[in-house]
Ligand binder design. Structure first.
Ligand SMILES: C[S@@+](CC[C@H](N)C(=O)[O-])C[C@H]1O[C@@H](n2cnc3c(N)ncnc32)[C@H](O)[C@@H]1O
Length: 210
């Protein structure tokens, strides 16, 4: 990414106001997210863009939806013909809709409970900002290293991972890029749609296991 591109969001977002995602997504907040048709539409649109960025060669891939929430992304991937495993850290999300066909797994995506070389692809939509919020938190940095190392391991050779997320500023992107380069053999880059329009800006990270 070009060094002359900067952004920094001043407004505090939930991931900065709440220590843990489990403290934020509960009760009414959780159910209004899960019931929202407009969020569902947005997440489906982001999923399509993520698939476009991944350029999967096969039609019926095994895909992990990491941080699936109520399952908007996983359900859509399933409709598109992919076999999907939906993973989240919040059990109330996994039980909101009947998603048992999506093999829901309650786990922390920094420590995904899978054998090596299983998935053709991993998709994670609107979740990574909860894991890596700020560069001065060493514990978060270690968790992120765990996440990228694990994702590298559970992907098949030539497998790809794509993340769409909402980092607070460009420094976070630089940090994430460095963590990946220092700790894994992933090749990848950031793709920013509508970079100069903060309301429409969408940030993707695409990684390939070679
Ligand atoms: C904004 S929601 C997005 C949900 C879903 N991906 C979607 O597009 O609708 C963020 C999700 O990330 C999940 N999440 C955050 N940190 C996680 C972690 N360490 N492991 C697993 N899931 C996590 C949250 O529980 C929540 O369901």
């Amino acid at each position: 990414m070009s060094d002359d591109y900067y952004f920094s969001i001043k407004r505090k977002r939930p991931e900065e106001l709440y220590e843990s995602v489990l403290d934020y997504f509960k009760n009414d907040t959780l159910s209004s997210y899960a019931k929202s048709k407009s969020i569902m539409r947005i997440q489906r649109k982001i999923t399509l863009r993520a698939l476009e960025i991944m350029e999967l060669k096969e039609n019926h891939c095994l895909i992990l939806d990491a941080g699936c929430g109520p399952g908007f992304v996983a359900i859509y991937l399933n409709e598109l013909g992919h076999k999907t495993i939906a993973l989240d850290i919040i059990s109330d999300f996994l039980n909101f809709y009947d998603i048992k066909d999506l093999n829901p797994i309650l786990a922390d995506m920094c420590y995904p409970p899978f054998q090596p070389n299983i998935f053709n692809a991993i998709i994670s939509i609107s979740a990574l900002q909860w894991i890596y919020k700020d560069s001065d938190l060493e514990k978060k940095r270690l968790e992120l290293i765990g996440l990228f190392k694990s994702f590298y391991s559970i992907l098949k050779p030539n497998g790809k991972a794509v993340f769409q997320f909402y980092p607070k500023n460009k420094a976070i992107l630089d940090d994430i890029g460095n963590i990946i380069a220092e700790n894994t053999k992933f090749k990848g880059n950031f793709i920013i749609d509508n970079p100069n329009n903060p309301k429409k800006r969408k940030i993707f990270l695409i990684l390939k296991k070679e």
